[in-house]
Design a protein around this ligand. Structure first.
Ligand code: AMP
Length: 417
């Protein structure tokens, strides 16, 4: 089914085509006609499913059809959890709007950078605002913009907005809007707080749910490699060299670890750099731009990069430290294999984390084979009791020590979960 059958204007179909979107993804096919009809939409979809264009295309069309004001008034507001996602969504909106007969102005507002250029940018108004909630409220307080004319509200990654503690800001923003508006609500997960928010916002929403079927699930090969915790950096370097991985996004647990692991890799001749929330906005953007331009082989990051970031054709994601939750695991590995390309997601497990990984597998209904890499076979015990036949050639037995009382207790606890 081509885009032309969804009721979009030729200018939008052309812009979508120029971005390489020949046919709508399942979420686009479902959401676009519903939004054009004026319905509220509740969307749940896999990461990388094309949800940005699913709301951006009909939003642009509705604004084109609506009454223009001079000076411009904000008619569509897109709230997102992170600066990077704001920049990304803004970019998609601008690209898709480029051929519209009447230009629409998109303002992208987020914290962590000076407020003045954003205030200047809002002079003369804007038609569409993409913002993180905190900075949006700051700008409203500075009288840089008003939200009374918003007729279309999009909450993107609503679960993440709440996870990041934006509930209060969100409520303050919602209190500034008129009740007469269309609401589009997207979330990857629906824990009770997200469900409650959706129920309070949406009126008889059209539900758009994209089941993950083999046809639309990204082709991500998931590998689990057993290694002693102290040898992970060495093994990572070995894998990069032997497999010729050109770009790897490596996840660690803390900002400190991001800096530390990147520095260790860099010292060993791997072009690696950290990416985390303590970097300035300018530095974060530079790292991402340079990673996209293939100037870095490895970016070592915290869960900051787990959601929303779209780095085209990112071939490998590696969990150096495991994510805390099964949901975070899905988000992390979703950074690869986007939009139909295949990807590789590798997780390192060691004696301390094997039980935790089994929990993630259980939650995700997965059962992944454990691998060991020759010369990097683990020596710590929990792994020895769990090891399954290695898939890499030359993998021998595991040198082990006798189980301590603590090891036995840990293994028993893990079996009981
Ligand atoms: P999103 O889920 O919005 O982050 O989109 C994930 C990726 O899919 C992005 O790289 C988009 O450029 C791409 N994409 C979105 N819609 C389509 C489409 N209809 N055809 C091909 N690629 C698409």
């Amino acid at each position: 089914m081509p885009f032309t059958t969804l009721g979009l204007s030729p200018a939008l179909v052309r812009a979508a085509g120029e971005l390489g979107f020949a046919t709508p993804t399942p979420i686009q096919a479902q959401a676009i006609p519903a939004v054009l009809l004026g319905a509220d939409v509740l969307g749940s979809a896999q990461t990388g499913s094309g949800k940005t264009a699913a709301f951006a295309l009909p939003l642009l069309q509705l604004l084109q059809e609506g009454r223009q004001h001079t000076p411009r008034r904000v008619r569509a507001l897109v709230l997102v959890p992170t600066r990077e996602l704001a920049a990304q969504v803004g970019e998609v909106l601008r690209s898709l709007a480029q051929h519209l007969p009447q230009p629409l102005k998109v303002a992208v507002l987020f914290g962590g950078v000076s407020i003045n250029p954003q205030m200047m940018g809002l002079r003369g108004g804007a038609d569409i605002v993409v913002a993180t909630p905190g900075r949006l409220l700051d700008l409203v307080e500075h009288n840089a913009l008003k939200l009374q004319s918003v007729s279309l509200l999009v909450l993107d990654e609503a679960d993440r907005l709440l996870d990041l503690g934006f509930a209060e800001e969100l409520n303050r923003v919602l209190a500034l809007l008129t009740a007469q508006r269309q609401n589009l609500f997207f979330s990857a997960t629906f824990p009770p707080a997200v469900q409650a928010l959706a129920e309070s916002l949406l009126r008889e929403p059209m539900r758009v749910h994209v089941e993950s079927t083999p046809a639309n699930e990204p082709a991500i090969l998931q590998r689990v490699i057993q290694v002693d915790a102290g040898r992970r950096t060495e093994l990572l370097r070995h894998l990069i060299k032997t497999h010729g991985w050109e770009r790897v996004l490596v996840f660690v647990a803390t900002k400190y670890a991001a800096g530390h692991v990147a520095a260790k890799l860099y010292d060993k001749g791997v072009f690696a750099t950290p990416f985390h929330g303590d970097l300035s906005q300018g530095a974060r953007k530079q790292v991402l731009d340079e990673f996209k331009a293939e100037r870095w082989e490895v970016v070592v990051t915290t869960d900051l990069a787990a959601r929303g970031l779209d780095i085209a054709q990112l071939p490998v994601v590696l969990n150096y430290d495991l994510p805390r939750s099964a949901v975070d695991y899905v988000h992390r590995i979703g950074r690869t294999g986007r939009a139909g390309t295949s990807g590789l997601a590798v997780s390192f497990v060691s004696a301390d984390t094997e039980a935790h990984f089994r929990l993630i597998e259980k939650r995700q209904h997965l059962s992944l084979p454990r691998e060991q890499i020759p010369s990097f076979e683990p020596t710590e015990l929990e792994l020895a009791t769990q090891a399954t036949p290695a898939t890499e050639p030359g993998t021998g037995g595991i040198k082990g020590k006798r189980p301590s009382k603590k090891d036995k207790l840990r293994a028993a606890a893990a079996r009981g979960r």
